[in-house]
Design a protein. Sequence first.
Length: 194
Amino acid sequence: MRLSRDAKAQHHEEITSAASRMLRERGIERTSVIDLMQAVGLTHGGFYRHFKSKDELVASSTLKAFEEVVQRFEKRTVEAGPKYALIAYVLEYLSDLHRNDPSLGCMVSACGADASRQSAIVREAFTNGISKVLELAADGLSCPEEKRAERAIELGGLMLGALVMARATNDADLSETILAEARRRALQIIEEKV
């Protein structure tokens, strides 16, 4: 029996959403198509009605994860301005919740090392997502416009590094200190006017 277009679109969305979470939870290499399809209640063979390859799935799911971040960022920008949106992003990113549940968070912190060894289509998805988040971050900075791109990269590197370190340690106090110091410095970077 053939699926209707609506059912196929719904299955595609379910697969992409589940993959996005699973990839952040397990990483690219440890996420299997079989496990993914079982998680959404579909057959392994049905995967190929939606994607040509695992790489195409990873790219699509990566774009979805970044899209979620961008939507939250843009909503906050409309509500209260770009600086508020950036501060909210920093506090959310460098939180205990994000540290403790990678499946809900940043694709780069969860899969960045894996992505560097992936195909062009996967790396392109990461490139597009990172570029968009850096643009949004730059808009919220207080420094002169000509310094914002480099300052956004500095901020992103600080946040990413701190989150990875906080997740890697088994010392709860050290993990908390890493996040707290990164939040402190990140908020300083946002406010710096030079």
